[in-house]
Design a protein. Structure first.
Length: 347
């Protein structure tokens, strides 16, 4: 996947082209409203499969007025570009990483905390609880967009070119690519590694040319993005379970009638349901391919030293943003109910 670093001028041109295309498209589609959704994954990824289901659902239910179009693989720019385009209304929806949304609202830094969730079960129950998600999802309204649902991005783990990671000490001196988020940079400092923020599209080349020693992501990065061709050790430290977020332009959402909004709400639930089902299948296939074809070795280090090293980050984030303390406490209740990692390593 190629990275996309658009200048503000290029971003303006892209928005202008989209607007002009929308005008001509409306004429061609007998004044139907074109609804554009952008994301940065391939057409085989669970995210695209889910958004395609959403497209078909809306086109079937509201096809007399709306035509949904899905643009994969950064066709509309990088994730940062697409968030900005969604802000302005040049496009209507996009998939945004939690790390990017953290720059728009401090509330999102909660989901970036390492070891926030004790298990996959605790993660899913927390994300399905509107008392937890609503204060965070609605916190970007002033920025012009709102989160409408979440997508499972699995567990984030360290993978390296030549040195297995079995304890935090193994990260010392290693340059590890992280998402461009203050929380992730501080996480790497606490674990003893050297954080190297960069766009996802640049990671493969950086690994191949030894600019970085490793990265951290889910299993699909090994196979869909070829990182397993270079990195031969994947360590399940499970430092993050960070959702991807489907965000929508407020003006577009509010322009719909209550009846249309209800149909779109049903569509958002469909996105979540389809994506999570597809994710389980995709992770299983990715592990099989990584182990069999790419010869990646999967490791299962003791998580406790990693958790202990990162605990100061929990305290500092909660002190700097006390508004998220009640949400954090509700997540701990789910952690107490679902304390084990029973499903995390079975796929």
């Amino acid at each position: 996947m190629k990275s996309s670093n658009h200048s503000p001028y290029k971003l303006f041109l892209l928005a202008l082209v989209l607007t002009c295309t929308a005008l001509s498209g409306c004429s061609a589609a007998q004044h139907k409203r074109i609804v554009r959704i952008g994301h940065n994954q391939s057409t085989s990824h669970p995210t695209h499969v889910a958004l395609t289901a959403f497209k078909d659902f809306i086109n079937e239910r509201l096809g007399d007025k709306y035509v949904v179009e899905v643009y994969p693989s950064e066709l509309l720019g990088s994730q940062t570009d697409m968030v900005q385009l969604t802000q302005t209304g040049a496009i209507d929806y996009c998939i945004a990483s939690n790390a990017i949304l953290e720059t728009f609202s401090k509330n999102y830094e909660l989901f970036n905390l390492p070891y926030l969730f004790a298990s996959t079960e605790a993660y899913h129950h927390s994300m399905d609880d509107k008392k937890i998600t609503e204060p965070i999802f609605s916190s970007t309204r002033k920025a012009g967009f709102t989160a409408v649902t979440w997508l499972d991005a699995g567990t984030r783990n360290f993978y390296t070119v030549s040195k297995p990671i079995e304890s935090p000490a193994d990260l010392k001196g290693l340059k590890i690519r992280v998402q461009q988020s203050p929380t992730n940079i501080e996480m790497m400092r606490l674990l003893g590694g050297s954080a190297t923020p960069m766009g996802f599209g640049d990671v493969y080349t950086a690994l191949q040319s030894n600019i970085i020693d490793g990265a951290e992501n889910n299993e699909m990065a090994l196979t869909d993005n070829g990182h397993g061709d270079v990195c031969k050790y994947y360590s399940y430290d499970m430092h993050q379970m960070v959702p991807d977020i489907l965000i929508g332009n407020n003006m577009f959402i509010e322009s719909m009638s209550p009846e249309e909004q209800a149909v779109f709400e049903e569509g958002y639930r469909l996105v979540n349901d389809v994506q999570r089902r597809e994710w389980i299948k995709a992770v299983k296939a990715a592990r099989q391919k990584a182990a069999g074809q790419q010869k990646v070795q999967f490791l299962y280090p003791d998580q406790a030293p990693f958790v202990q090293a990162c605990s100061p980050l929990h305290r500092s984030v909660l002190l700097s943003n006390p508004a998220i303390q009640p949400i954090y406490d509700q997540i701990q209740e789910y952690n107490n109910q679902y304390p084990t990692l029973s499903e995390d390593n079975e796929s």
